[in-house]
Design a binder for this molecule. Structure first.
Ligand code: SF4
Length: 273
């Protein structure tokens, strides 16, 4: 079965996910990758990202997701994203707290391109939001969003909460609507018990039964989903590793499709798509 056929059949997700780097300027309480300023970068080079993207487009993937760590700590990230968007639409996950000076100008240059920045914001209450994500996080995010929208950059908001089904998100939804971000562009996710969340005893335990398969490539290999290449006590988790070999990408894609086809799992939890 080809990638195109597997996507059409709903066996795997339509996007190729790339972990650009594991470093971050923040140290969020529930971070799956134990990201922080001084952790090993595990970076995918610009050339490698471009190579993977070209292969993915040829295989039939429909888009790219870029995540980390904080991708925009890599100063050439806007150029990398612009390159990828020439091939397929791109969604990049960001904490949006490092957008100032030259970096902000670089991000603004993405205006009009097929790049959407998915920004984390967990609560309409600054104290509650910042308790998980760090001091001044709320203020910085709310300062960044209008600047990006004014520059024509696509913005979505992602909220990570303990119990999405029972959480009262009305204030948060009112806030994102007031910023000009529609309900369709607000993603709500549950905390996953991996990385720092596991250390803190937070979130839900997941595996291949719950996680929708979405091919995810890091500097260390190919994984089952963007929630898979996590870090615990400084060591990469390999329980959801698909293969160490990502050259060619087709090999990794075929391995994932084979695993999915053989797993017998046909219903995944929609919260982890
Ligand atoms: S959750 Fe995101 S923003 Fe927070 S430390 Fe981890 S990578 Fe950085």
């Amino acid at each position: 079965m080809t990638v195109d056929e597997a996507i059409e059949a709903g066996l795997i997700g339509p996007n190729l996910w790339l972990y650009s780097n594991y470093t971050c300027n923040l140290t969020c309480t529930y971070c799956l990758t134990e990201s922080a300023p001084n952790v090993p970068a595990r970076e995918l080079s610009r050339e490698r990202m471009q190579e993977l993207a070209r292969e993915a487009a040829a295989l039939g993937f429909r888009g790219f997701g870029v995540t980390g760590g904080e991708p925009f700590l890599l100063t050439d990230m806007p150029g990398r994203l612009a390159d990828l968007s020439e091939l397929l639409p791109v969604t990049v996950l960001s904490n949006a707290t490092a957008f100032n000076g030259d970096r902000l100008n670089g991000v603004k240059a993405l205006g009009g391109k097929d790049v959407t920045i998915q920004i984390s914001l967990d609560s309409a209450e600054p104290i509650k939001n910042d308790a998980m994500r760090g001091p001044e996080n709320f203020r910085k995010v709310l300062a960044a969003i209008p600047r990006l929208l004014d520059a024509g950059v696509g913005v979505r908001i992602a909220s990570t909460v303990e119990d999405p089904e029972h959480a009262d998100l009305s204030d948060l939804c009112e806030l994102h609507r007031s910023l000009g971000i529609s309900d369709e562009d607000h993603v709500v996710r549950t905390i996953i018990r991996r990385g720092r969340a596991a250390t803190e005893g937070m979130g839900e335990t997941v595996g291949t039964t719950e996680l929708f398969p979405e091919l995810t490539v890091t500097a260390d290999g190919a994984f089952w989903s963007p929630f898979a290449p996590t870090v615990a006590d400084g060591r990469l988790d390999t329980d959801l590793l698909v293969t160490r070999s990502t050259r060619p990408l087709e090999h990794a894609a075929e391995t994932l499709i084979r695993l999915v086809s053989g797993s017998g799992t046909t219903r995944y939890d929609d919260r982890f798509r």
